[in-house]
Design a binder for this molecule. Structure first.
Ligand code: F6R
Ligand code: MG
Ligand code: MG
Length: 366
């Protein structure tokens, strides 16, 4: 069988109420368009969902990554959904569609893209993560723990097929460059970069023993594409699991610790990342805490069996409770760092205008 490609393409094309959640009519519209593409055998299968205000299209096909037909399908779907959003006067209708003339690849046009192709194994479990109110670098800590930290993933130590470790492709979002690090031998070098998630993002992970793809994330930075603030580029991530890849439980484990990520109110605050089931994937308080959902699928010749809503588990209740405690604590900082992001990382700021207005009142300290 030819390689199966899974494409997770997402965009915020308008939501209800404010930056809250995707309207049911939008989900329905996307489902209808993807069903048509499935009937016409362009795609094998699909699942449409949302995390907060982001519409998420999960598609399987045999056309490999960056395929113009698949990207056009996603783009046309977003355009049609944006029309519906405009007709309903939803908030931010069409927000992420920064360019409206499609020319072969949806990358760089606004939506987030996360795709991988592989020969489907005898049994192929995958996890699709989707987050809202944060940024692509939010996956860095989780990916490091899943694929390089034996305290999280005992399989790195005790499963012979994972024992030679994994390699990380890291993207410099500012200089538009990439570099690859092999773990465990280069973890100190790797951590120098991925500890700065606003700039360096883990794009993909490969198994060292055979270079097989293990994980891929979306790393488009909307603000850099648009040149001004247009909302956080809420990220997606696909991870392959079991039999030589981390187990489902090893993949979910990092999210039991609700680490801080950039996002939340006005894309300008550090907030905890809350693992939630789909029913709770709509941030309200302080446009936060940032949410992450994890949908598990079992592939069957490209058919998406599932999803299993993996964070719909009381085992994550403590993480959620801790998130609420962290929110109470960190909110008390008001507009002070480190709750508010450093000036150069804030997605929108009045500083330049205020500075200009008060320029004459600044006196030299001598
Ligand atoms: C965060 C986010 C929201 C908005 C906020 C203000 O990523 O999307 O916190 O930044 O609701 O939105 P506007 O500027 O559209 O009124
Ligand atoms: Mg939004
Ligand atoms: Mg969003």
């Amino acid at each position: 069988m030819e390689k199966i490609t899974i494409s997770l393409i997402k965009a915020d094309i308008g939501s209800l109420v404010g930056h809250g959640r995707v309207h049911p009519d939008i989900i329905k519209t996307a489902e209808e368009l993807l069903q048509k593409a499935k009937d016409e055998h362009l795609i094998i299968d699909f699942f449409v969902t949302n995390c907060g205000d982001d519409l998420e299209l999960i598609m399987t096909h045999q056309k490999f990554i960056e395929n113009p037909e698949i990207h056009k399908l996603a783009f046309d779907t977003f355009m049609k959904c944006a029309e519906v959003a405009k007709s309903l006067k939803l908030y931010g209708a069409g927000q992420d569609l920064l360019k409206t003339a499609f020319s072969g690849n949806i990358k760089g046009m606004g939506p987030g893209v996360c795709e991988m192709a592989f020969e489907e194994r005898k049994s192929e479990p995958i996890v699709c993560f989707m987050a809202d109110k944060t940024e692509p670098g939010a996956w860095n800590m989780a990916l490091y723990k899943i694929f390089a930290d034996p305290f999280n993933t005992p399989g790195l130590v005790i499963d012979p097929s994972m024992h030679s470790g994994f390699s990380f492709e890291v993207h410099d979002l500012f200089e538009h460059k990439k570099i690859r690090f092999s773990a465990p031998s280069e973890i100190y070098d790797l951590l120098v970069f991925i500890g700065a998630p606003a700039r360096y993002c883990i794009k993909s992970v490969f198994r060292n023993s055979d270079n097989e793809i293990a994980a891929v994330s979306s790393t488009d930075r909307l603000s850099l594409i648009a040149g001004h603030y247009v909302g956080k580029d809420d990220p997606a991530l696909i991870v392959r699991s079991q039999s030589g890849f981390p187990a489902i439980g090893e993949i979910l484990e990092p999210f039991a610790f609700p680490y801080l990520v950039a996002g939340g109110m006005r894309g300008s605050h550090n907030v905890p990342l809350m693992p939630v089931s789909l029913k709770d994937a709509h941030p309200t308080r302080f446009d936060a805490p940032a949410r992450v959902v994890a949908l598990g699928f079992q592939l069957n010749n490209g058919k998406l069996q599932g999803p299993v809503d993996l964070f719909d588990d009381p085992a994550f209740d403590l993480a959620r409770q801790k998130c609420n405690e962290i929110m109470d604590y960190i909110r008390k900082h008001g507009t002070f760092e480190p709750h508010r992001l450093p000036l150069d990382e804030m997605e929108y700021t009045t500083l330049p205008e205020v500075r200009k207005k008060l320029e004459k009142r600044f006196e030299s300290l001598g």
